[in-house]
Design a protein around this ligand. Sequence first.
Ligand SMILES: C[S@@+](CC[C@H](N)C(=O)[O-])C[C@H]1O[C@@H](n2cnc3c(N)ncnc32)[C@H](O)[C@@H]1O
Length: 250
Amino acid sequence: MTRAGSVKAGVQADYGIDAPGIVAMFGLSTVLSTAGATLIGWLASPSPLIIFLVYMLSLAAVASGFLFIVMLVYARSGKFRMRDFMLDEIGFRGDERVLDIGSGAGLLLVGAAKRLTTGGAIGIDIWKASDLSNNLASTAERNIAIENVGGSAEILTADACDLPFADATFDVVLSLLCLHNIEPSERRVQACREIARTLKPGGRALIADYVPTAAYERALAASGLETEGSRRHFLVALGPMWMVAAREPG
Ligand SMILES: C[S@@+](CC[C@H](N)C(=O)[O-])C[C@H]1O[C@@H](n2cnc3c(N)ncnc32)[C@H](O)[C@@H]1O
């Protein structure tokens, strides 16, 4: 496990852009299809084929431009709104042991640590570059130091499907935008089993993702948790977002 050091005052934490390759692809597609539609419409003499081509390129420009903006708005605003919503849902006492699965740059980990007094939060991740910009353990450590939560937050390199913790370790398990990255679906079910296994009796899990979370709900219920429903939270996240809440009986 790693604890963060200190950084210069005034430096801002950076929680990255999710799926940076896809954001770049949508940005590039917007530019290229706009340029293509403009050039063809300008240079080619009108014919049904040219009109169809310009129409299709314009459609591609609008669709990719829309998705590009949605992903940037989420990265710059939606994810912070979703973090606060999830942490408010828990209603911390301050003494909880918290696990953030797929913590990336530490968004939920740091947020939870700020609400703890005597408790502690740990973030686990395998730091996949394609899932988050600058996705390194050192980025999370830096954010922990910048946000001054080194006393209650730590990170560990570990796989969600094989958590290196004893049964009934955590009061709260959180995860935002991680589980959809785990393939195939049997491994996502295994990750849900690990969540159930590591929750204390009475402990709560909130698992949010940009895909419907009903399958996670079924897997958590099959692992013995009482689920409180899988719901949409598009207005909170300013984009596609579902969340399942679950509780370990006891
Ligand atoms: C889109 S990022 C979200 C990071 C962070 N939760 C946030 O909301 O900013 C998804 C994260 O899940 C991590 N991840 C993917 N598969 C994982 C696995 N099997 N175990 C642990 N972490 C995983 C990635 O490395 C990445 O950091």
